[in-house]
Ligand binder design. Structure first.
Ligand code: FMN
Length: 205
């Protein structure tokens, strides 16, 4: 499976980091076309203390704990409209934006994108492929909500970065992982953890 994965400047760099690690270890993802906005690097610096400004592939691999020579990830520049994910004729399973800022969400909803992340998302929708957006903001204003509704109607899957508590997380890692597993579920990508509610948890007498 080949996917495009974008990281934007919303809070939650850890979701991108962990989802990429899980995709890498899933055994079914052969190539990830990675695009990062410039603010994504700022947020990663603030939240994870990592320098990803104009990163080289080996820096991304190092951040994710992959082998330095791993070719799983292909890094594309944000201004490269000739990149593979820019064209619908380049076939892949779909695209994820984790986390997705309100700025990127609005640009995609307007159809007037200005960078490769916007273009790749637009192409994913027009080709009828799966587009999973993980927005993060609080509170949402009416513009954010309207943009999400518009994108949902256009076929995008809106999966907010709102972790659940019903699996009884013990720490931040548990909280983050559960959301990342739900992201993987959107593409039926196998993972080790149970995310399906069975009803047995509150079994009736
Ligand atoms: C530390 C930090 C946290 C931010 N958190 C959010 C957020 O949670 N949601 C959001 O929509 N924007 C957030 N922003 C603002 C976006 O980064 C900003 O709107 C930016 O223009 C988004 O651009 P991009 O979508 O190209 O990454 C944050 C910015 C910084 C520096």
């Amino acid at each position: 499976m080949e996917l495009t994965f974008a990281i934007t400047g919303a809070s939650g760099a850890i979701y991108a980091w962990r989802t990429l690690q899980l995709l890498a270890s899933s055994g079914v993802v052969e190539r990830i076309n990675l695009i990062m906005s410039s603010t994504a690097a700022t947020v990663a610096q603030v939240e994870m203390g990592v320098n990803l400004k104009d990163p080289a592939l080996h820096q991304i691999n190092d951040w994710l704990g992959l082998e330095p020579e791993s070719r799983l990830i292909r890094l594309w520049r944000l201004d490269n409209f000739a990149a593979k994910p820019s064209s619908g004729s380049y076939k892949q399973a779909g695209m994820l934006i984790v986390p997705c800022s309100m700025g990127t969400l609005g640009a995609i909803a307007s159809g007037a994108g200005t960078n490769l992340i916007h273009r790749a998302a637009d192409v994913t929708l027009k080709e009828g492929r799966k587009l999973v957006l993980v927005p993060r903001e609080t509170p949402y204003n009416a513009i954010h909500l309207e943009n999400m509704l518009k994108l949902s109607r256009a076929g995008a899957r809106i999966l907010p970065a709102s972790p659940g508590f019903y699996h009884r997380p013990n720490n931040i890692e548990d909280l983050v992982d559960h959301l990342c597993y739900r992201i993987l579920d959107q593409f039926d990508i196998p993972h080790s953890r149970k995310t399906q509610w069975t009803g047995e948890e509150v079994a009736e007498e």
